[in-house]
Design a protein around this ligand. Structure first.
Ligand SMILES: Cc1cc2nc3c(=O)[nH]c(=O)nc-3n(C[C@H](O)[C@H](O)[C@H](O)COP(=O)(O)O)c2cc1C
Length: 239
């Protein structure tokens, strides 16, 4: 079982997104999966030019030569892909969005109606199912409303099933070493690891684990107070 993570954080392996990804992959590896991290910010990925040559002149292949030449086969040859991103302006980062747009050669130009809606006809027999991992700065789970919807639309377009969604609010807390936060963050990351293990072993994750992810790590009032104090200090430091 090959799992590839496409991580769209500009902070790459120092980001909060990667902290969650690491725990998830640890669980998957314990269950026997082979894993790989791709930090999209380290790759050369031009934006889609909208020329549709990947549908006509060079079917299945973009006319631009960049790192998508190796990333599309990596995407198609994975059993599961993980799309990982910080929440940026309510959605995926532009780094990950660009990657999604460049997946256009993986479908055909032809239209078909499926479940009452139009979509492009698949080019390949098999597409990888996916896990979506994100974290955001704000404390309410409702901040992920757009992303949850986007994920559903993406699965339809990419001929894939959503296997699991892990959305973490208050993501900036994840890297803090505060003594009181340590057990809270530790428990969250353990539950993510367990989810990775369960997904590979049983093909699904206990609902009780997923429900806990919707709660804030610390009370929202306390979070706001601490976050505002932090930014006050940071601004005064450089004034
Ligand atoms: C340009 C930008 C846009 C952001 N937009 C949102 C947002 O819409 N909602 C939110 O809760 N957090 C937002 N954030 C905060 C990030 O999601 C948060 O800092 C996250 O922990 C970063 O993850 P990373 O370390 O993996 O990059 C934004 C941050 C940046 C830099």
């Amino acid at each position: 079982m090959k799992i590839t993570v496409f991580n769209g954080s500009p902070r790459k392996n120092t980001g909060n997104t990667h902290i969650i990804v690491k725990s998830f992959l640890k669980g998957c590896e314990k269950a026997g999966a082979e894993t790989e991290n791709v930090f999209l910010a380290s790759k050369k990925i031009n934006h889609c030019m909208g020329c549709f040559h990947c549908w006509t002149k060079t079917p299945g292949k973009c006319i631009q030569r960049d790192d998508m030449d190796e990333l599309i086969p990596k995407f198609l040859q994975s059993d599961i892909v993980v799309f990982a991103t910080p929440l940026y302006t309510d959605s995926v980062s532009s780094i990950l969005k660009k990657f999604f747009e460049r997946l256009l050669p993986t479908v055909q130009p032809y239209f078909e109606r499926v479940n009452g809606e139009t979509k492009h006809v698949r080019r390949y027999e098999k597409y990888p199912d996916f896990v979506f991992i994100s974290n955001c700065g704000y404390p309410e789970y409702s901040q992920f409303q757009v992303l949850e919807h986007f994920t559903k639309r993406l699965a339809r377009e990419l001929n894939a099933k959503i296997l699991l969604e892990i959305y973490r609010t208050q993501g900036e807390l994840l890297k803090l070493k505060h003594i009181l936060l340590k057990p809270i963050i530790g428990n969250f990351l353990k539950s993510v690891e367990k989810a990775g293990f369960q997904l590979i072993k049983k093909g699904k994750v206990d609902e009780s684990i997923k429900e806990k992810w919707k709660k804030p790590l610390i009370p929202i009032d306390m979070f706001l107070k601490k976050a505002n104090e932090h930014w006050d200090k940071e601004i005064k430091k450089i004034q």
